[in-house]
Design a protein around this ligand. Structure first.
Ligand SMILES: [Ca+2]
Length: 274
């Protein structure tokens, strides 16, 4: 049971503050799913951004000091420095601030997760900046993404431009389009990243300082290991699945195609070559 203190309207926004009463149940709800549990007990709140009026923002104070914020289309949302849960409609911009924020958007979003370990998901045509911290990003189609510092986990579809940034990042590109993929940009100092390709033809764009001459690619089964002479800190491992391929693209415009080794089916090797 959750108590609602008041409902104050300023412009298009409505602010609801939760009382500390029934602290036990409210804290449990916050832990489980900050949003759904609390919202279900407050009839005045619409958790679906598309059911909000244009640029309308509903904000609820959570027990942890963060906020649950729902914004309609074209809304401009600012989070707190605590852990916020944000649901934003299309064409919205979000600045989640510090804290471990959970941000969901759809298309044409502009999202900045700020510091903290953020979880961000968008559909298409969006710009996403994870900021510092170990962020988890779910990226659909044709977005521009910057993971920022920290060990980020990025899952992407096709047509995206991805800068994973500093830290040891895990990038998965899918979309089930054998001839299409996303572009990952990798610069000196970006650390040890891994790229998993699922039925994808993607591009790894290597920044200044990386050349075909100082780049070494080792292929074993469905795995490629990319390392750089004179640079112990940076490297990329690539796992290929379902006929995937990766094009290395260097700053001088040259390209190298990387594919997994052609291995005979185990059934044939078991019986020897006929
Ligand atoms: Ca925040």
């Amino acid at each position: 049971m959750v108590s609602v203190l008041s409902s104050t309207a300023s412009g298009n926004s409505t602010a609801l503050a939760l009382l500390k009463g029934s602290a036990k149940s409210a804290a449990a709800a916050t832990k489980q799913s900050a949003a759904s549990q609390i919202l279900s007990s407050i009839s005045d709140v619409r958790p679906d951004p598309l059911k909000q009026a244009e640029d309308q923002i509903t904000s609820i104070l959570l027990q942890n000091g963060g906020r649950f914020i729902v914004g309609g289309v074209f809304s401009n949302i600012t989070g707190t420095d605590k852990d916020d849960v944000i649901r934003a409609g299309p064409n919205s911009s979000v600045n989640a601030g510090a804290g471990d924020d959970d941000i969901s958007g759809s298309f044409l979003m502009n999202i900045n997760g700020g510091a903290g370990n953020d979880r961000i998901s968008v559909g298409s045509g969006s710009t996403v900046d994870g900021g510092d911290g170990d962020d988890t990003l779910f990226i659909g189609i044709s977005n521009t993404v910057n993971g920022g510092a920290g060990d980020d986990t990025i899952s992407a579809g096709i047509g995206n431009t991805i800068v994973a940034g500093a830290g040891n990042d895990k990038i998965t590109i899918g979309g089930n389009q054998a001839n299409l993929g996303s572009t990952v940009k990798f610069a000196i100092g970006d650390g040890q990243d891994s790229i998993t390709l699922l039925r994808s033809s993607s591009t790894l764009e290597l920044g200044e300082g990386f050349t075909a001459a100082n780049t070494k690619v080792t292929i074993s089964d469905n795995k490629a290991t990319i390392s750089f002479d004179g640079n112990e800190n940076d490297g990329i491992s690539v796992d290929f699945f379902l006929g995937s391929a990766l094009t290395l693209s260097f700053a001088d415009g040259s390209t190298v195609e990387v594919k997994p080794a052609e291995t005979a089916p185990s059934l044939v090797s078991s019986y020897g070559k006929i």
